[in-house]
Design a protein around this ligand. Structure first.
Ligand code: ZN
Length: 211
């Protein structure tokens, strides 16, 4: 587990703030990140013993996702092959599930009239320009993806339950998707994506979805 990325990863799940990103650091809010145990059920020794075998299993299933990626994604390049085509920051985020700092991404405030955001690793089109919306969260936000282009995984890291999204072709880490936040979009979902994971193609790609 990569400790340096911990605080950054936490910030990706904070409630979007309209104010300066720094406030997200000084006053974090974790509306959906409380442990899943019920508050009126005390943790007993028995509960802990029962849960214990599950924890390493969940941990290993997540941390070995790179191995799973190789089994299930069409593009099965090795880490060495990815290092040859990605810069260090792209490798850290796409292949090691890192997170860019809020408000720093190339596409955070990028709103073209048309075009496609492709995977920075394998160049598969993932999102269209008209699926992007202003969330104020500090990362590019999309209410939907090109059908089938993005795969969802349960991410149980850091003691929370989140939904990780990856490129369906190469398994590259994109970010997380959040639902039910009340944004006025057709899906009420927010694909919170690292700019580093994307490469904008002006009018290119093959957009398959309309807003
Ligand atoms: Zn990809």
């Amino acid at each position: 587990m990569r400790i340096p990325g911990f605080s950054a990863a936490l910030r990706t799940v904070t409630k979007p703030l309209k104010s300066h990103p720094a406030s997200a650091i000084t006053k974090p809010a974790f509306p959906r990140l409380t442990p899943t145990r019920s508050s009126n059920l005390p943790i007993t020794r028995t509960t802990l013993l029962k849960a214990a075998p599950i924890i390493p299993f969940m941990g290993s299933s997540f941390s070995s996702s790179a191995a799973q990626n190789k089994m299930s994604y069409p593009d099965q390049r090795s880490d060495d092959e990815w290092r040859a085509v990605l810069n260090p920051e792209q490798f850290r985020i796409l292949r090691e599930k890192g997170t860019e700092r809020a408000g720093t991404g190339e596409y955070d405030a990028h709103y073209p009239a048309e075009g496609v955001y492709a995977c920075a690793g394998c160049h598969t089109p993932l999102y269209t320009a008209n699926q992007k919306f202003k969330s104020g969260c500090g990362w590019p936000a999309y209410f939907d993806s090109i059908p089938g282009a993005v795969t969802r995984h349960t991410d149980s890291s850091f003691g929370m339950e989140r939904t990780e999204i990856t490129c369906s072709n190469c398994g590259g880490h994109l970010g997380h998707v959040f639902k039910g936040e009340g944004y006025p979009t057709p899906t009420d979902e927010r694909h919170c994506v690292n700019s580093v994971s994307l490469k904008f193609q002006e009018g290119g790609g093959q957009p398959k979805a309309k807003a």
